[in-house]
Design a protein around this ligand. Structure first.
Ligand SMILES: NC(=O)C1=CN([C@@H]2O[C@H](COP(=O)(O)OP(=O)(O)OC[C@H]3O[C@@H](n4cnc5c(N)ncnc54)[C@H](OP(=O)(O)O)[C@@H]3O)[C@@H](O)[C@H]2O)C=CC1
Ligand SMILES: N[C@@H](CC=O)C(=O)O
Ligand code: NA
Length: 470
């Protein structure tokens, strides 16, 4: 019998024993969109990596045994006792695809306590409880893998941990939420209403159980926190991540953006605010980061402007590599299952080497997450970006001049000013600024709001800063 680090339970033997292939037993928690895709992939192995032959779906935990399922499982596999799965001595790898915070978090912690390796697609849990989960996993000598948690099927977590690890990352700019990209794409292409398109995204299995997480930018916030943590080698406090969703993006702004040569995307951005070259002291200091999610006007020529529908893309700017963009389906059963099963395979591959079987074994440094320190996040007021703002004003002579004066007195320089006509006795004026400190822009707006001629400011959106990723 093989034994693993610190495992109090009798353990299964990996690989071949007396000529008989012994499988890695997988305990799957959840059989919804991603769980079903995972089972389908594990049951259809021909033509895929040969190590998949050694993965066995041992138990599948669900809420209801009566629900019709799209997959056939042998009797006795399906159970509502998820607790029993994470503590079963036979189970080697626990796959958590339940979603939500609880019981997902507790089950992951319990699986780790029972020395199971964990594969999860749950960015909400990892972004909030990554600290306790990775501390526990490192202490227990087990892996927690999360490729499916960001960008669905797109390989981006493993590249950040491995192939990109030798680079200094300047910025990550991503479309990382399939639901909102699908909504924005259809609103822009067809003029469809927000609510109708959201309902379609839910039917297609893209949206979270509570789609608020998608629409309000929180899902993208969780994902960029995870990416930033990997790229900058430190933990991220989730409340420091600024999140603004797409509810306020209107057809009017979509039309203006198009006229001005932009497209509107929900971007998740992590970038260094301090120079990336180390100082003469050579001691690596934690970089000051900007980590944020907001709808953004991006030039139609930008590589992210052509990412449509449920597709995601993550543009990484790195030194010495330069720009690299990861692109692919960011949600959906098959795509996400591809990431889940590749994580299972990675764990199985390490286990097959027998690497963890001795007491002195340590986790593979390119698969484990071992950060201890926190990254410093700059306040949004310090962000330097461009802005788009739409004003409704009384049709008085000299209004544009007054707007210009207020902006000018706060150092806000305007790139363009457009007035298209009168709506219900009000003039509509749209301005796009050059790069400006966000705090200065808001001070100018506070002054503008006091102007007698201003009726309202229905939209304020950020515009991708000049020189960013183009
Ligand atoms: N959908 C997607 O495209 C993607 C999803 N993800 C992530 O994957 C995870 C799963 O998402 P998805 O498959 O869409 O979710 P679903 O809602 O489709 O499926 C959830 C599954 O978990 C089971 N479940 C939920 N809560 C419990 C509980 N308390 N006890 C027992 N079983 C429970 C459900 O059981 P039952 O079937 O009996 O109701 C269901 O099988 C989430 O973390 C999500 O963020 C990541 C990338 C893409
Ligand atoms: N709800 C998420 C699913 C994948 O993470 C999305 O729409 O991107
Ligand atoms: Na991924």
């Amino acid at each position: 019998m093989a034994s693993r680090v610190g495992n109090a339970h009798p353990t299964i033997v990996f690989g071949e024993l007396s000529g008989k292939v012994v499988a890695f037993k997988v305990g799957l928690l959840g059989l919804g969109t991603v769980g079903t895709g995972t089972v389908q992939l594990l049951q259809d192995r021909a033509g895929r990596h040969s190590l998949m032959q050694e993965l066995e779906i041992y138990r599948v935990g669900v809420r209801s045994l009566d629900k019709p399922r799209a997959v056939n499982l042998p009797d006795g596999i399906l159970t509502t006792d998820l607790q029993a799965i994470v503590s079963d001595p036979e189970v080697e790898i626990v796959v958590e695809v339940l979603g939500g915070l609880e019981p997902a978090r507790s089950l992951i912690m319990e699986a780790i306590a029972h020395h199971k390796h964990v594969v999860t697609a749950n960015k909400a849990v990892i972004a909030r409880y990554g600290n306790e989960i990775f501390d526990a996993a490192n202490a227990a000598g087990v892996y927690v893998m999360l490729e499916a948690a960001v960008g669905g099927g797109i390989p981006v977590i493993q590249p950040l941990k491995q192939t990109l690890g030798v680079n200094r990352i300047h910025a990550i700019t991503g479309i990382v939420n399939g639901t909102t990209n699908y909504i924005l794409t259809r609103m822009q292409a067809e003029g469809s209403s927000f609510d109708d398109v959201l309902a379609d995204a839910q039917k297609l299995g893209y949206a979270e159980a509570d789609p608020t997480a998608d629409v309000d930018g929180l899902d993208a916030g969780d994902k960029i926190a995870i990416l930033a943590s990997l790229a900058y080698g430190g933990r991220i406090k989730l409340p420091d991540v600024y999140c603004e969703g797409i509810r306020q993006v209107s057809q009017t702004d979509i039309a203006y953006a198009q006229k001005l040569g932009f497209t509107i995307k929900l971007l998740a951005i992590a970038q260094r605010e301090t120079p990336s070259a180390p100082s003469a002291s050579s001691a690596p200091s934690a970089p000051l980061l900007s980590v944020r999610v907001h709808p953004t006007l991006i030039p139609q020529s930008h590589p992210l402007a052509s990412i449509h529908g449920v597709y995601n893309a993550i543009l990484v700017e790195a030194e010495p590599l330069g720009q690299v963009m990861f692109f692919g389906p960011g949600a959906g059963a098959g795509a996400t299952a591809s990431a889940v099963v590749s994580d299972i395979l990675n764990v199985a591959a390490v286990l097959k080497t027998g690497h963890l079987e001795t007491e002195s074994a340590s986790l593979h440094p390119l698969l484990a997450c071992t950060h201890q320190d926190y990254c410093a996040i700059a306040p949004m007021s310090e962000l330097v970006t461009r802005f788009y703002a739409r004003f409704l004003t009384k049709d008085h002579p000299g209004v544009i001049g007054k707007l210009g004066t207020c902006f000018g007195s706060h150092g806000v320089s305007l790139e363009s000013v457009v007035q298209t006509g009168i709506h219900k006795h009000l003039a509509e004026i749209v301005v796009v600024t050059h790069n400006v400190r966000e705090g200065d822009f808001h001070q100018a707006l506070a002054e503008i709001r006091q102007l007698e001629a201003i009726d309202s400011i229905p939209s304020i959106l950020r515009v991708l800063e000049e020189g960013s990723g183009e």
